[in-house]
Design a protein around this ligand. Structure first.
Ligand SMILES: Cc1cc2nc3c(=O)[nH]c(=O)nc-3n(C[C@H](O)[C@H](O)[C@H](O)COP(=O)(O)OP(=O)(O)OC[C@H]3O[C@@H](n4cnc5c(N)ncnc54)[C@H](O)[C@@H]3O)c2cc1C
Ligand code: SF4
Ligand code: SF4
Ligand code: SF4
Length: 386
């Protein structure tokens, strides 16, 4: 005797309604159940082929990202869509040969499988660099060039940017930039939290109404919250047009921690012209050389809030800017809102910025880093002593 997999009735082995799937015979009570099963099977095969063409994802990825860190909800979606997965001792286990079709990964409610889920909504992705001679930015100098364009065209009254303290090198100081010279001072990244909201509120109190605001996702979220929350200050009585320019961000570190580290390595903060984090290394550039250290050497100085942050690309901004994805010396730009898209393209048309479309493989690098950041929460137990 066999069980019809569709209606679950017992059917005799003599039934003429039989389908062969994955080397196994399935018996049906009648033509309708057989038809339903065959159609389902066709769809699964089509879905598998589609996924296989895009990327090969095996059960190992589901095990590494979801099952091992202990965030599997035991919903059974993976086991119900693959005959090689079974729930054993309250855990999904592989019990057959995995073909890396990615089906299980794409059903699991804990994985993130869409572009929007990883980096938010966007209109267009670019790789861009400044066209202003002598401007050296952190990557392509695009943030500074856009601000220069917006200020010179009278589109903004001021910009909220972060500069290095003159008295205490590399301590971030948020300022209200009203001139080209103010803006030029702010090129480069300071890997420490900057209290940008104080400068924003003070610019509104001074009567500025069109403001460009630069910061990583936690800063952009503060503006967004104050605009959207029912009792938010920027919603209730301090209204202004704010162009939100978000910076990609993986981590920040305490200023005193970086200082202590640098001095231990016989360097001085005042001699450092640029800091950059790339490919797991923290680089310090002086007039004479570049010294790099493994990023994990800075674990003790990492801001605790960053361990809980899952937004790499500042999803609530009008435009986002980052180094990942683009070649060295270029900035990756994600245009999200209509106004962000327009102003960026106007700055390109007016000769402040050179830009090209972000290629698929470049976007893939952004998505991979964004995925790493989204799932870091899952690995929190492993990071909690950091
Ligand atoms: C803390 C931090 C972490 C980052 N992490 C990553 C990352 O992991 N991956 C990645 O691809 N990109 C990261 N970035 C973004 C990247 O370093 C560049 O800022 C971005 O690519 C824009 O480069 P640019 O040359 O166009 O900018 P520039 O023209 O050099 O302009 C830089 C702008 O950054 C602002 N700024 C600098 N430091 C701060 C700060 N602490 N808080 C608020 N604003 C600041 C300045 O005000 C200035 O307007 C990070 C940036 C910061 C500030
Ligand atoms: S659905 Fe099955 S065969 Fe496909 S990746 Fe998952 S475990 Fe492997
Ligand atoms: S689909 Fe995901 S959450 Fe559901 S049982 Fe499988 S691994 Fe766990
Ligand atoms: S990692 Fe997140 S919380 Fe930390 S500075 Fe960057 S955006 Fe802010």
């Amino acid at each position: 005797m066999s069980i019809d997999p569709i209606c679950k009735k017992i059917v005799p082995p003599t039934t003429p309604f039989i389908s062969d799937y994955g080397g196994k015979k399935y018996h049906f009570c009648g033509p309708e159940c057989k038809k339903k099963f065959d159609e389902l099977e066709k769809n699964v095969i089509r879905l598998k082929r589609n996924l296989e063409e895009k990327e090969r994802i095996s059960f190992g990825k589901l095990r590494k990202e979801i099952i091992k860190p202990g965030i599997c909800t035991l919903c059974g979606a993976c086991a119900s869509t693959c005959e090689f997965i079974s729930i054993v001792n309250d855990q999904p286990k592989l019990i057959g040969p995995c073909t890396s079709c990615g089906i299980c990964y794409n059903q699991c409610p804990r994985t993130i499988t869409t572009e929007e889920g990883l980096i938010g909504r966007l209109r267009f992705g670019y790789s861009a660099k400044t066209a202003i001679s002598d401007l050296k930015g952190q990557d392509g100098g695009v943030v500074t060039s856009m601000l220069a364009y917006a200020l010179e065209e009278g589109l903004i009254d001021c910009a909220i940017v972060t500069v290095k303290s003159e008295d205490d090198p590399w301590r971030p100081i948020p300022i209200i930039a009203k001139t080209y010279d103010d803006i030029i001072q702010s090129t480069g990244s300071i890997y420490t939290h900057s209290m940008t909201m104080e400068a924003l509120m003070s610019s509104i109190q001074q009567g500025m109404r069109s403001i460009a605001f630069v910061g990583p996702s936690c800063n952009i979220d503060a503006v967004h919250k104050m605009q959207k929350s029912p009792y938010g200050f920027l919603h209730m009585f301090m209204r202004a047009n704010i162009l939100k320019m978000g910076l990609f961000c993986m981590d920040t570190f305490s200023h005193d921690g970086i200082k202590e580290f640098v001095e231990r390595k016989d360097m001085k903060l005042e001699d450092i012209e640029f800091m950059k984090i790339r490919k797991g290394q923290f680089e310090f550039e002086t007039k004479y050389d570049i010294k790099s250290f493994a990023l994990h050497e800075f674990d003790a100085y990492r801001s605790s809030s960053c361990k809980f942050c899952t937004d790499l690309t500042a999803e609530n901004s009008d435009l986002s800017f980052g180094g990942v994805g683009s070649p060295q010396g270029w900035t990756t730009v994600l245009a999200r809102s209509g106004i962000g898209y327009e102003i960026f393209n106007e700055a390109v048309d007016s000769g402040y910025i050179k830009s090209k479309t972000l290629e698929e493989n470049e976007m893939e690098r952004v998505l991979n880093l964004a995925r790493m950041k989204k799932v870091q929460m899952y690995a929190l137990n492993r990071r909690k002593n950091v």
